[in-house]
Design a protein around this ligand. Structure first.
Ligand code: ADP
Ligand code: ZN
Ligand code: ZN
Length: 837
């Protein structure tokens, strides 16, 4: 047998599969998706098996054998390997980079696998197999054995051992060289069937009551039980149990336990709610598609508070009823305990949770619950789309418009597109939910080509549950405030509203859609701005340390009191950071209790949750924060929402600024009045006439989308044309400019070859989609023109039509990398970029 292996060296020369022989000793272990060690030149590399064949095209004499297998059970499935190939083509990254992105970080660390005996007794049928007993006895006799030793001893028992692992009779532990470790707990094992306990009971002296309690308990419950649980249940001490073990009547040993980040938290079970009419309509469509296993993509446009989550939950139930699995993706920031609770409350232990605030160990354990099929539902951020399920029936992406679904490092994939592709591979249904769908998605519900159905189907929920009204949104013109002599950051109407809520003891959410750290230092006399000497961006002022810090490279300096340029003393931090709003609030409303949530207050693990819990428990009047307070939160007593300055996002030079402003205003307004109490929203702005502000205040998504789509069509921006951003960086500007220009020239040449080929090929086809069209903008200096002393140039490829563009850019990049290898030029490619920085 021969394997095609992708080695773990992300470089152009190695970005293809190499053939290796599978030695006879490993044939039972190697599968597509296995990680293996292979000789590569003078080195041994790690790699992924992507194909298996009975023969090979390569000269057999030159083929080397696979040296070892890294995991007993392959960490990837065949389907994920296929998805990895798609990701690498689509986003122009190395295939191995795509495959690595699918694994939990813990698997990438250097470690040694050890196999031990687990606490599951296993199915009876399995246990009766003598081969199995031999394996278990072998492992037991050693305490634990290394994976290699086990494979060597039972080379032909691959299938059986994998089965033992998946049922938990054997467990994998890892001795990691860095601190990751599995967690262990002392566990009590009664002899099989409770044999011998009765005799033991008779042998014990009359006074050994405690020991007798233990034996009696174990006779009634002849299963393994954690020592601590036993001690608690029958109130005995550890020494009592231990003395029984010493006499050989019971067994006491350490077994691995899964770390559960939600351990000890009880989730009250919830029952399906009777759906509203609108929910029923939407649910019926999704349910039928799931039941028919139709590969269909729904875009669920439901206003804030329309009850999308309940629709998700009942759709998942349908999926589980069919014996299928479901993936639920939510933006990292809204993956709050409240969110998790909704899913765990309905599906209990069938739910695994994956997000970046878990430790590597916790995440690894959650991931293994998936591979062991202990769970059927995964809820997680971005990378949970790669959950190693094999029977996916439904993929849900909540808040599908969120730009955080685009990964910013390689592989720069968009989760939504990966989800659609994965659903295609597994014949699953996709539901994209949002109150403000992305323009890309809404356009796909309208697109018609050759009288085919549009790729996405639109489902709509226009009303809030229980006919709760949408909160009225007042736009406050801050220019007027200034004219009337109000120089404070609070308009008079917002001031009055805050005062009113404080009196009524209701709660307030205040949004500053500028991150707390975006405060920069400027001289009011000459306009000098403190910038990083290594990167071309302004330094950020940090109040607590009185330091200026660069957000790209970490450079820091003391706060200045005199302008380095004109010596004026009128130099100070500028811009309304969240800290300043907090100060001002306590100044004008003495005694006001404010919780501030921004990057500075949420770095610590669990802090995010801590603040939200405090707010929920009404330990504060105001929740003040950045974007993170706008998303998905649901607090019954919030009746006032204030946006301090709507313009800060609007003024970012990016074609998506209007869309982001609309989304943010709609989301934050949606936090008010979600329950019995009526809510109210104030949006302060210097550009009240802007259509994104106007439509948001009218809660009119469709009008906004139509308006914005017109603009995008006229300017040739997404969703009508797609973009690929290519960024170059180097320490020398002349070399950079020359290289970037050479790149663009070559790119155009290659594009030309494609267009003639296309025409030759299809010259006689009348209804051909001849719309492939490509423009190259630049090269120009990037908006952030220097990072860490490297200058940056970029060009933007703008195209219409299908996938050729990625191919063309990919070929050009390959040509470029070869040519500029020794000059240390860096090139990075971002397909469908979310930001053009
Ligand atoms: P969305 O995600 O669409 O903004 P949610 O799913 O958070 O809205 O639902 C808003 C509120 O309505 C929640 O408190 C939820 O429990 C409640 N809700 C949803 N569906 C129903 C229903 N069918 N009957 C009663 N209450 C519901
Ligand atoms: Zn100055
Ligand atoms: Zn810097």
């Amino acid at each position: 047998m021969y394997a095609k292996v992708i080695v773990d060296v992300p470089a152009k020369q190695t970005n293809r599969a190499f053939d290796y022989e599978v030695p006879a000793s490993l044939t039972k272990w190697v599968e597509v998706g296995s990680r293996v060690g292979v000789p590569f030149g003078p080195r041994v590399l790690q790699g992924f098996v992507v194909e298996l064949h009975a023969d090979t095209q390569v000269d057999v004499k030159r083929i080397k054998p696979i040296m070892n297998v890294l995991d007993l059970v392959p960490p990837l499935t065949e389907e994920l390997v296929m998805l990895g190939r798609w990701v690498s083509r689509m986003y122009l990254c190395h295939e191995v980079t795509a495959l690595q992105a699918m694994l939990p970080a813990a698997l990438k660390a250097k470690y040694e696998r050890m196999i031990g005996v687990g606490e599951e007794s296993g199915e009876q049928a399995l246990l009766e197999m003598s081969d199995l007993q031999e394996i278990v006895r072998f492992v037991k006799s050693k305490g634990s054995v290394s994976m290699d030793a086990l494979m060597e001893r039972f080379a032909s028992e691959g299938a059986l051992i994998k089965q033992l692992l998946s049922t938990g009779i054997l467990t994998e532990e890892q001795k990691v060289k860095d601190r990751m470790n599995t967690k262990k707990a002392l566990t009590v094992f009664p002899p099989a069937g409770g044999l011998g306990l009765e005799e033991a009971l008779l042998e014990l002296p009359a006074r050994a009551n405690k020991q007798k309690d233990v034996l009696r308990y174990l006779m009634e419950h002849p299963h393994a039980i954690r020592l601590t649980a036993l001690m608690e249940t029958i109130e005995v001490g550890a020494s009592t149990v231990k003395s029984l073990a010493d006499r050989g009547w019971i067994e006491l040993r350490e077994v691995e336990v899964m770390r559960d980040p939600y351990a000890g938290r009880a989730f009250a079970r919830t029952k399906p709610l009777p759906l509203t009419e609108e929910q029923t309509g939407v649910f019926t469509e999704i349910r039928d598609a799931v039941a028919d296993q139709r590969n269909e993509v729904f875009l669920l446009h439901g206003v804030t508070g329309s009850g999308k989550t309940e629709v998700y939950l009942q759709s998942i139930q349908q999926c589980l009823d069919m014996g299928k699995e479901a993936i639920v993706l939510v933006p990292e920031i809204s993956l709050t305990p409240q969110m998790v609770e909704r899913f765990k409350g309905r599906f209990g232990d069938l739910v695994a949770v994956l997000h970046s605030r878990l430790s590597n160990g916790e995440r690894y354990d959650e991931w293994r619950k998936i591979t062991r099929k202990q769970v059927k539902v995964v809820i997680g951020a971005r990378s949970a789309i790669f959950a190693p399920f094999t029977q996916i029936g439904l993929i849900i992406i909540d808040e599908e418009h969120e730009s955080s679904y685009k990964q910013e490092e390689s592989p720069k994939y968009h989760t939504r597109d990966v989800a659609v592709q994965r659903a295609k591979q597994q014949n699953a249904v996709v539901v994209l939910g949002s109150a403000t769908p992305s323009l890309e998605s809404i356009e796909l519900t309208r697109r018609r080509r050759d009288r085919e159905k549009p790729p996405f189907r639109l489902l709509t929920m226009r009303e809030r549950v229980a006919s709760r009204p949408m909160p009225p949104v007042a736009i406050v013109d801050m220019r007027e405030e200034l004219k009337n002599g109000n120089r404070s950051m609070f308009s008079r109407s917002l001031y009055k509203a805050i005062e009113d809520r404080l009196q009524k003891k209701e709660q307030i959410v205040l949004l500053l859609n500028r991150r707390g750290y975006a405060t920069f230092v400027m001289c009011r006399t000459c306009g000098f701005v403190s910038t990083c000497p290594h990167c071309d961006i302004s330094l950020t002022y940090h109040q607590s340390s009185r330091m200026l810090r660069c957000h790209y490279c970490g450079y820091a300096e003391r706060e200045v009191t005199q302008c380095p340029s004109c010596q004026s003393e009128h130099i100070r931090h500028f811009g309304t950071g969240t800290q300043r709003v907090e100060e001002e609030l306590s100044k004008i409303f003495p005694g006001i209790r404010v919780i501030r949530m921004d990057v500075d207050t949420t770095t610590e693990k669990g802090s995010h949750e801590k603040w939200l819990t405090m707010f929920r428990e009404k330990q504060a009047d105001v929740l003040l924060g950045t974007q993170m307070v706008a998303k998905g939160l649901d607090f019954p007593d919030v009746t006032l929402v204030g946006v301090i300055a709507a313009d800060t996002v609007l003024n970012i030079p990016d074609f998506r600024s209007a869309e982001r402003t609309f989304q943010l205003l709609t989301q934050v307004a949606g936090r008010a009045g979600r329950h019995e109490k009526q809510g109210e929203v104030f949006v302060q702005t210097y550009t009240p006439e802007h259509y994104s502000v106007q439509y948001a205040s009218q809660h009119d998504y469709i009008a906004f989308a139509n308006h914005e789509l017109d603009i995008r069509a006229n300017l040739g921006y997404p969703p009508y044309q797609r973009l690929i951003l290519v960024t170059f960086s180097h320490e020398s500007v002349p070399l950079l400019v020359r290289s970037a220009e050479a790149f663009v020239t070559r790119l155009k040449e290659i594009a030309l070859e494609y267009s003639t080929k296309q025409m030759d090929l299809f010259a006689n086809v009348v209804s051909m989609d001849s719309s492939f069209h490509m423009d190259v903008l630049g090269p120009v200096a990037s908006p952030i023109s220097r990072i860490k002393d490297r200058y940056r140039f970029q060009c933007v490829v703008k195209y219409r039509g299908e996938d050729q563009a990625a191919d063309i850019v990919g070929r050009t990049v390959a040509w470029f990398e070869e040519r500029s290898a020794k000059e240390k030029l860096q090139i990075s490619v971002d397909v469908d970029p979310q930001y053009l920085m």
